[in-house]
Design a protein around this ligand. Sequence first.
Ligand SMILES: Cc1ncc(COP(=O)(O)O)c(C=O)c1O
Length: 356
Amino acid sequence: MPRPALEVRPDLAGVAPYLSPQLVAAHRMNTNESPYPPPPALVAELLMELGSVALNRYPDRDATGLFEALAAHAEWSPEGLWIANGSNEVLMHLFLAFGGPGRTVLVFEPTYALHTLIPKIAGTGVMNATRAESWRIDLDTAAGIVAERRPEIVMLCSPNNPSGGTEPLDTVRALLEEAPGIVVVDEAYAEFAPRDDSVRALLSEHSNLIIVKTFSKAWSLAGARIGYLLGDPLLIRALTRVRLPYHLSALTQTAALVALRHSEAILSSVERIVAERERISVELQAMGVKTFPSRANFVLFQIDDAPGVWEGLLSKGVLVRNYSDHEGMRNCLRVTAGLPEETTAFLRAMSEILDD
Ligand SMILES: Cc1ncc(COP(=O)(O)O)c(C=O)c1O
């Protein structure tokens, strides 16, 4: 076997790259994007604005206009805001600044795979705890681990991907109080949950809370790569040390600014997506399939021979996410709530597979 001139960093040798199959399928219901493209008025305005972007010049390094506009939208100070190329990069900046060798993050499995992968890439120790029966975090167990092991970073995800439930605010509050460092709550799917489920109300009371959000889901802009976080300005200022200069391109800044001007029209699709989520849950239950309650834009369900069902769906043009090989998630599949006709195609395929 030919060998590379230099082996990868030893601590990355056992780390598998992120893999979510991007297969060709008529109905792509596997990556929790919005099925709705951004509104035509947004696209028209964006195309016009792009015409005057000075591509020969570096962009505004501090993206001042965008920070101000997003701060106004989020009703938080620009100094307590951080924006990057998708919430994955936001998380990478967080772990480069606050994780790293000698520091540990506590992650409750099953959850979003990048909550483990990103800290590892940044050289952070990862402590994986398991969720209780209903995929909820058991507060006593969690508080016990935090008190005993003192992880510098506690990672939460609400609604949780892939299970779909939100974390009770009392759990988050208790962990904020127990944690020796920061508690990061990934709210990538919060727009699909009742407003009161968000930890946003805790932000001004807890200087160790960081909320991570994205334009990739409810905002219909996964392709633009825009994510952000809200937190205490005293923490946020450290992030300028780890970002690369000009990390937000002029194209990205323009897209985000235009999107903010159209936020109401973009977010009007949330209700339709939530209706499809509910339809999926109800219809799957009617077929005798076990579903898990979701407040996100997807539904996790459990079914005998999930790998076979996944193949069967794909052969009928429906691509969902297979979690069968994930620890503790035997026979689980996750389907993204999409267009009404996609739900229909998915449910019809499921019913045919179950009838066979
Ligand atoms: C919980 C969670 N956080 C973050 C992301 C990534 O979002 P972004 O596209 O903003 O990097 C995802 C994407 O699936 C996710 O499920």
